[in-house]
Design a protein around this ligand. Structure first.
Ligand SMILES: N[C@@H](CCC(=O)N[C@@H](CS)C(=O)NCC(=O)O)C(=O)O
Length: 299
């Protein structure tokens, strides 16, 4: 853990739509999500809570402060952290912790599985399809997300890679994912006999694959804002052989950024611009940023 963390002055408050959602979930509840408005990993868990309309309490904290009470709950000292009520405890006061955004998302999806109350599962019933979703969740976590940080943390002083390489690497991982969406669309249309397919990774069905990437989709504007040459996704008609790939990406991107749960867990754009300046200048000491700098696996 770094001795001093320069992100400690981040405001501990949500703004915009996220502030409304947080206020609606401020009341004491045995299921508690400890989060930070700026954190994309938190947004994943928050989206699942919102998608499934799971009653809970949202508690905004600053994870860089490493408060002893917080460390007692999550020794890794990272948000999101979920406090889960112990079943059978009538007082509602006993809780067990869970952390790691993906573990939390899967837990919520499984624990709140009554379709009538919480809506459809965010993973398919078919074991192969469920495994395929996990494969692409893994691709997002181990390729796309690290590629995002390598890209946004690139500075002209970097000797080991250029901004063009960072862009190519990131867009390459996105393209690999989109090709899988296109292959899925083709399978869906041959089995349903309809050309029409929904915008999500699974076509018509919104799933955890969409959830785990949504927070970084929302943050892509920061690369356009901060990095010379911007994100570099070709405009319609400019993608040559990749035209179909980038058209499918736009369909997914437009749908995911318009999704209510994604919009409602988002603070004001300017807040992110301010918070991510230290990433863009590569001066933040967050654990994610340090791992990126050292070329290590993200925490
Ligand atoms: N692998 C973790 C990563 C969580 C994470 O890195 N959270 C950041 C905020 S975005 C954090 O708590 N940082 C505190 C620190 O770096 O000291 C997850 O998926 O939940």
């Amino acid at each position: 853990m770094p001795a001093s963390v320069d992100t400690s002055e981040l405001p501990t408050r949500t703004t915009g739509a996220a502030a409304k959602l947080a206020a609606a979930h401020a009341e004491e509840h045995p299921l508690k999500l400890y989060g930070g408005w700026f954190c994309p990993f938190v947004q994943r868990s928050w989206i699942v809570l919102h998608e499934k309309r799971i009653p809970h309490q949202y508690i905004e904290i600053n994870p860089y402060h490493k408060d002893p009470d917080f460390l007692a709950l999550n020794p890794r000292g990272l948000v999101p952290t979920l406090a889960v009520p112990v079943s059978g405890d009538g007082s509602g006061r006993k809780q067990r912790p869970l952390y790691e955004s993906l573990v939390i998302c899967e837990y919520l999806n499984e624990a709140y599985d009554d379709e009538k109350e919480y809506g459809p599962s965010l993973l398919p019933e078919d074991p192969y399809e469920r495994a395929r979703c996990r494969l692409w969740i893994d691709h997002i976590g181990n390729k796309v997300v690290p590629g995002f940080y390598r890209f946004i943390q690139h500075t002209p002083e970097k000797k080991d890679y250029t901004i063009e390489q960072a862009r190519e690497n990131f867009l390459g991982h996105v393209k690999t994912l989109v090709k899988e969406m296109l292959a899925g669309d083709a399978d869906n249309s041959s089995s349903s006999g309809s050309e029409e397919s929904g915008p999500w990774f699974l076509g018509d069905r919104f799933s955890l694959v969409d959830v785990v990437l949504a927070p970084w989709a929302k943050r892509l504007f920061l690369i356009d804002h901060y990095k010379p040459g911007g994100l570099g996704i070709p405009a319609p008609g400019q993608a040559g052989d990749d035209e179909k790939i980038w058209a499918r990406w736009r369909t997914w991107f437009d749908a995911v950024t318009a999704r209510q749960s994604v919009r409602d867990t988002w603070s004001d754009d300017e807040q992110y611009i301010a918070a991510y300046r230290r990433y863009a200048e590569d001066t933040t000491q967050s654990e994610v940023a340090q791992a990126t700098r050292k070329g290590e696996k993200l925490p």
